[in-house]
Design a protein around this ligand. Structure first.
Ligand code: NAP
Length: 280
């Protein structure tokens, strides 16, 4: 699976292969999602990251269907909403997400570890059935801390293929990333440019000027060289194209270290250990 930008693929622990760069659609209104996804596919993206909670799965599915690109050439991830952790709901709602996304999901995640309406291991067990029915090819988790991952392992459950966590230069998550990599769990970095908050950083601006690139491109390149799977969001066509044009330059070890040292343990989103929102 290659595109005009030669996006590398990452081998996951269940034998599936995910494009390392994708396109995130969080906070893209449903009415704008189809056009944004079509722009991304046109630009060469072959991996889309959505969620039931984003309320735009159907529009992602429509864009994928209308793109003319064979479904099997596009990786589509979605996530189980916080209110569907009950095992019966996880099965039904996983199947519904798959339907909205054109028949199956390449990857289905538990969106948040808290707000569990059941034992996480039971939700996880119910999700395994979605791979048997064909609704999902690969299963993972999101926003899981080490203690959540250890809980799944203690229950004897299969290891998730990925853990999708907030991760960017201001929140580098060294312990959690190391744990995931040591246990064969792919690290997906959400809000890879901290929703734009890192882009004015003097270190990133200076490195970007040196390479004749934008701070966003340098930040995304830093992720790639740290083996993160990323899916920056943009509703702006020029930025969608800019964010995938990062495969023809590389950062030096010193530049990589300077960016990693920007860590401030600063979140842009909720802390998984205190976030317990169940949308109504
Ligand atoms: N699992 C989870 O709990 C979770 C949580 C949050 C996000 N995610 C996933 O991660 C994806 C990405 O995270 P995110 O959407 O929170 O944030 P992000 O990708 O870090 O940043 C998106 C913001 O940066 C702007 N931007 C994008 N490219 C830019 C560029 N080249 N130059 C300047 N500004 C640029 C966008 O503006 P415009 O759109 O106006 O261009 C938007 O405001 C989401 O879409 C979603 O798929 C998952």
């Amino acid at each position: 699976m290659t595109t005009s930008h030669s996006v590398p693929v990452v081998d996951l622990n269940d034998g599936t292969r995910i494009p390392q760069l994708g396109f995130g659609v969080f906070q893209i209104p449903p009415a704008e999602t189809k056009a944004a996804v079509l722009t991304a596919l046109e630009a060469g993206y072959r991996h889309i990251d959505t969620a039931e909670m984003y309320e735009n799965e159907a529009e992602v599915g429509a864009a994928v269907g209308e793109s003319g690109i064979p479904r099997e050439e596009i990786w589509v991830t979605s996530k189980l909403s916080n209110r569907f952790h009950d095992p019966a709901a996880a099965r039904t709602e996983g199947a519904r997400s798959a339907e909205r996304l054109g028949g199956y999901m390449d990857l289905f995640l538990i969106h948040w570890p808290l707000a569990m309406l059941s034992d996480p291991a039971l939700t996880w067990e119910a999700m395994q059935e979605l791979t048997t029915s064909g609704a999902a090819r690969s299963l993972g988790v999101s926003n899981f801390q080490i203690h959540h991952l250890e809980g799944l392992a203690r229950a004897g459950a299969p290891t998730p293929s990925v853990n999708q966590i907030e991760l960017h230069p201001y929140l580098t998550q060294p312990d959690l990333s190391a744990y995931c990599h040591e246990h064969g769990i792919g690290v997906e970095a959400w809000s890879p440019i901290a929703q734009g908050k890192v882009l004015g950083d003097a270190t990133l601006v200076e490195i970007a000027e040196r390479h004749g690139r934008s701070p966003a491109q340098v930040t995304l390149r830093w992720h790639l060289q740290r083996n993160h799977i990323i899916f920056p969001k943009s509703a702006t066509p020029e930025r969608i194209r800019e964010n995938i044009a990062i495969f023809d330059f590389s950062l030096s070890d010193a530049e990589m270290a300077a960016i990693s040292e920007l860590n401030r343990d600063e979140r842009t989103g909720p802390d998984p250990d205190t976030f317990d929102m169940v949308p109504s």
